[in-house]
Design a protein around this ligand. Sequence first.
Ligand SMILES: NC(=O)c1ccc[n+]([C@@H]2O[C@H](COP(=O)([O-])OP(=O)(O)OC[C@H]3O[C@@H](n4cnc5c(N)ncnc54)[C@H](O)[C@@H]3O)[C@@H](O)[C@H]2O)c1
Length: 375
Amino acid sequence: MAQITKPQIRIGLIGAGAIMRLSHGPVINRSNEATLAAVFDTDLARAEAITRDFGGKAFDNLDQMLETGGVDAVIVATPNRFHAEGAIAAANHGKHVLCEKPLAITITECRAMIAAAGQAKTVLQVGFNQRFWTQVKIAKTLIDAGFIGKVHQMRSIYSEKYTAYPAMTRYRYDLAQSGGGTIIDLTIHRIDLARHLVGDFSGVVAELAHSVMDEKVDDNVFLLTRFQNGARGSLASNRYSPNIGDGTDLYGTEGTIHLATESINPHNSSPLAIYTEKSMKDLPDILREAHYPDAWWKGFEGGWITLKPPRISPYEEQLKSFCGAIRGEHPVEISGHDGLRAQEVVQAAYLSVQSKGWIDLPLADAAPFILPTYA
Ligand SMILES: NC(=O)c1ccc[n+]([C@@H]2O[C@H](COP(=O)([O-])OP(=O)(O)OC[C@H]3O[C@@H](n4cnc5c(N)ncnc54)[C@H](O)[C@@H]3O)[C@@H](O)[C@H]2O)c1
C-alpha cells in the first residue's frame, strides 16, 4: 500500500482527454491536498498538452509512469475498455485509484479491479460525481430520515445531445471501446443515484433503441426497475434532443422530492424542490430556513419548498473525498462495489434486450455479457 508521507497526494492521470482537461486537471490544480505529478496517454501529444497547462511529467508508457512518475494515486479516464487494465496495473504498483464511471464494461472486469485493490490494500473509488452535488446530499439526508415517508416510486431522465460535450475522441460510439452508447455514459449516473437514494435493485427490463445518430448505438434508452425494498423506478436517457434533459423525482408516502443536477429549465426551475404536508414546526432546519413565505403572518401548512443550495463543484468534492479515503480518514464513499452494482444493471439490461423480459438482480457471477446490436 502506498504510504502517504507528504502533505499533498501526488496524482498521475491515466488518459489525457476531455474530462481531464475540463474537470480533473483544474480541480487538482486548485486543491491544496493533491498535486499533479504525471500524465499518461497513448497519444503523447495529449499528455504533454495537459502537463503544459496543469503540471506534471508526460508519459506514453503506463508502467514507466507507475514506476518512475512519483505518484501515490491515479485517476483513470480512458475509453471504458481500458479502465480495468489501467486500474489493475496501478493497484499492482500500490497506487490508489479513482476510476471514472463506468468502473469497467463487464462485471467480470469490475470484480478483478476490486480484487486487485483488495490485495494491494489500496483505495478504489468510482467517479459517480453526481452524488457530490449538494442537492443530492440534502435529498439523501431527507430520505434516510424518513421525511418523505417510504419511497415507492422514482423516475429519472438524463439526456445530452451527442454534439454537446467536447470529447477528444469518438470512442463513445465505438461499442467495442465503450461497451455501450447512452446507457453506459449517461443512464449509468442515474442507475447509481437510484441505488444511492432508493436502494439496491432486484430487477430490470430494458428498451434500448437506435433512433437518430449515424453510429448504430443506443441513443434512446428506457429502463424499468424494481428495487429490493419493493419500490419501482424508470430511468430514461437520449443522445439526440438539443437541450440537456435532467430531472429526478422520488415519490414517497409523505412527500415528493424533485432534484436536478446538471441543468434547470422552466418546468423545473430549481435544483431541489420538496413537497410536504408537514407544517412549519415539523420541518427540519434545512427546509425551515429555505422556506420563504409570501406574507410573514401566513404559516406554512404544507406545499412545495424550493431550495437553491450553493453551486459547488462535485469534482472538487470527489477529489476531497478520494484524498480523505487515502489518508484513512473515512471509508471510500463510492467504492468498487458501487461500480460493480451499477455495471450489473447495464449488463442485465443487455440480457433483457435479448430475452425481451425482466432480468433478476443481482446477476450470477458467470452471467454473460451480450452487447446488443442496433439496426
Ligand atoms: N463522471 C462523468 O460525468 C464523466 C464525464 C466525462 C467523461 N467521463 C469518463 O471519462 C472517460 C474518458 O472520457 P473523455 O470524455 O475524457 O474521453 P476523450 O475521448 O475526450 O479522451 C479519451 C483519452 O484517452 C486516451 N486513450 C485512449 N486509449 C488509451 C489507453 N489505453 N491508455 C491511456 N489513454 C488512452 C485518448 O488518447 C484520449 O486522450 C470515460 O470513461 C468517460 O465515461 C466521466
